[in-house]
Design a protein around this ligand. Structure first.
Ligand code: 5AD
Ligand code: SF4
Length: 436
C-alpha cells in the first residue's frame, strides 16, 4: 500500500505533511512519488489566499475519473481549507469522491479515520473546533534533510484583519520547552544541519515554566552539534532587545530574521491591526543592525489592502528602500470570508493591485540584485541542501538565506561548503568550492 501527499502553503504545512506521512507509515503505507500509483492520496491544504484554494480545488477535482476507475483508492483532504467555515460542506458536496476530511486540530486522528473509512465503507468527516492534543506522539517522516522543522507553537491570537489563520488554526498553544529542546537534541544527534523553529508568531512563545522565546532560542542554540538554527515567523509587535542579544550571542543562530512588515503606511498598518508603526518597525531594524551589522532582514508585504491609496503604496516602496530587505514575499491582498478586512469598504481593483505588485517586485529585486553584486569576489558559506537537475549544480543557502550554486564531482548534500562567488543572477549566486 502506497501513499502520496500533496502539500500547499507554508512550512508549517510542509512539516505537518511530514507528520501525516509518519501516521501513514505507521499504518504500513510506503511513499509513492507518482500520484497515479498511490493507494491513498492526502491533500494538505492552505487557505491563506484565494489562489491557494483554487489550486487545491483544481487538483482534487482532477481525481474524479481515477476514483471512478479505482473504487479502493482513498482520497483524504486535510489542513486549513478543511477547517475553514463553510468549506467542509462545499468539499463534501462538490467532491463526492473525497473519502476523508480532517481539520488542523485532529491531524493525529488520521490513522483512526482511515480505519473507520475502510470498515464502514462510508465517507468520514472529522473536524474539531480546537486542538485537544498536540502531535508529540507522532514520529514525522522528515523530508528536508539536511534541514528539519520543529514546531514550537500552534495557532495565532493576533487577528490581523486580513488573515484567516486565527480562524483555521485556533488560539496560540505553546509546546513544552523541554520537549522542544529534546527534539532539537535528537535532530542534532541524527545529523541534521539546519533546524528551524516554527510558529505563526514565535515571539509570543510561552513555555510551561514561563520560558519566553529568547530563552527558548538560547536553550536550543546551546545544544551541542554542528548545526544552524533558524526561526520563523516573528511579529514586529513582539520583537525585543532580548531576542537580538540571543541571536548575537550564538554563532549557531543564523544572522537572518523574517520580520513581516505588510505595509509602510501607518494608516494601513492600523487598519490591518498590526499594532506597530512604520517608525517602530524601522527602529527595530536599526537596533538589530546596530548589534548585528550583517543581519539580513526578509519580510512579507501585502499590496492592495482595502482603501490603500497610491500615496500609501508609495510609503511601502520607500520603506522597502529604508529597511534594505534582502528579499521579500509579496502578495496581492486576497479577501478571506469571515475576516474583518473582507467586510471593509474600498476593496481595490485587481488591475490596480497587480500594477502595485509589479512595481513593488521591481523595487525589491533592484535591492536584491545590488546585494548579489556585492557578493562577487567574496566567500559565502553555504549548507548544501540539494542538487538542481536542470542546472546540473549543487545548491544551498548561506546563513542570510541566499541561494548559492556550484559544481562538484562528489555528493556534497549535508555539508557546509565555502564558495568563492564569481557570478550572480538575480537572487542566485554561482561559485567554486574553495579547496576542491
Ligand atoms: N491576502 C494576501 N496576503 C495575505 N497574507 C496573509 N493573509 C493574506 C491575505 N488575505 C500574507 C501575509 C503573511 C503571509 C504569510 O501571507 O503577508 O505574512
Ligand atoms: Fe495571520 Fe497576523 Fe497571525 Fe500572522 S500574526 S498568522 S498574519 S493573524
Amino acid at each position: 500500500m502506497k501513499y502520496h501527499i500533496v502539500t500547499y502553503g507554508c512550512q508549517m504545512n510542509v512539516h505537518e505533511s511530514e507528520k501525516i506521512a509518519g501516521i501513514l507509515r505507521e499504518k504500513g503505507y510506503t511513499e509513492e512519488s507518482d500520484i497515479d500509483s498511490a493507494d491513498i492520496i492526502v491533500f494538505n491544504t492552505c487557505c491563506i489566499r484565494e489562489n491557494a484554494e483554487n489550486h487545491a480545488f483544481g487538483n482534487i477535482g482532477a481525481l474524479k475519473q481515477r476514483k471512478r476507475e479505482n473504487k479502493d483508492l482513498i482520497i483524504a483532504v486535510g489542513g486549513c481549507m478543511a477547517q475553514e467555515e463553510g468549506k467542509a460542506a462545499l468539499i463534501k458536496e462538490r467532491f463526492p469522491f473525497v473519502d476523508i476530511l480532517f481539520g488542523t486540530h485532529n491531524l493525529s486522528e488520521l490513522g483512526a479515520l482511515i480505519d473507520r473509512k475502510k470498515s464502514q465503507k462510508k465517507r468520514v468527516f472529522s473536524l474539531k473546533e480546537a486542538r485537544e492534543e498536540t502531535e508529540d506522539g507522532i514520529t514525522p517522516v522528515r523530508t528536508g534533510y539536511p534541514g528539519a522543522w520543529v514546531n514550537i507553537m500552534y495557532g495565532c491570537n493576533n487577528f490581523c484583519s486580513y488573515c484567516i489563520v486565527p480562524y483555521v488554526r485556533g488560539r496560540e498553544r505553546s509546546r513544552r520547552a523541554e520537549d522542544i529542546v529534546r527534539e532539537v537534541e535528537s535532530l542534532a544527534k541524527e545529523g541534521y544541519k539546519e533546524i528551524t523553529l516554527l510558529g505563526q508568531n514565535v515571539n509570543s512563545y510561552r513555555g510551561e515554566d514561563g520560558t519566553d522565546f529568547p530563552a527558548l532560542l538560547d536553550r536550543c542554540a546551546s545544544v551541542e552539534g554542528d548545526f544552524r538554527l533558524r526561526f520563523m515567523t516573528s511579529h514586529p509587535k513582539d520583537f525585543s532587545a532580548a531576542l537580538v542579544s540571543v541571536i548575537k550571542k550564538h554563532k549557531k543562530i543564523c544572522n537572518q530574521i523574517h520580520l513581516p512588515v505588510q505595509s509602510g503606511s501607518n494608516r494601513i498598518l492600523s487598519l490591518m491591526n498590526r499594532r506597530y508603526t512604520r517608525e517602530k518597525y524601522l527602529e527595530e531594524i536599526a537596533l538589530l543592525r546596530r548589534e548585528i551589522p550583517d543581519c539580513a532582514v526578509t519580510t512579507d508585504i501585502i499590496v492592495g489592502f482595502p482603501t490603500e491609496t497610491e500615496e500609501e503604496f508609495q510609503e511601502t516602496l520607500s520603506l522597502v528602500n529604508e529597511a534594505d530587505f534582502s528579499s521579500a514575499f509579496m502578495f496581492i491582498y486576497s479577501p478571506r470570508t469571515g475576516t474583518k478586512a473582507a467586510a471593509m469598504e474600498g476593496q481595490i481593483e485587481a488591475s490596480v493591485s497587480k500594477d502595485r505588485l509589479s512595481r513593488l517586485i521591481e523595487a525589491v529585486n533592484a535591492r536584491t540584485r545590488e546585494k548579489s553584486a556585492a557578493y562577487i569576489g567574496k566567500t559565502a558559506e553555504i549548507l548544501c541542501e540539494g542538487y538542481d537537475e536542470k542546472k546540473n549544480l549543487y545548491l544551498g543557502r548561506d546563513e542570510y538565506g541566499r541561494m548559492g550554486y556550484f559544481a562538484s564531482g562528489k555528493n556534497r548534500i549535508g555539508e557546509f561548503v565555502s564558495l568563492r562567488i564569481d557570478r550572480a543572477n538575480g537572487i542566485s549566486l554561482f561559485g567554486e568550492p574553495i579547496g576542491e
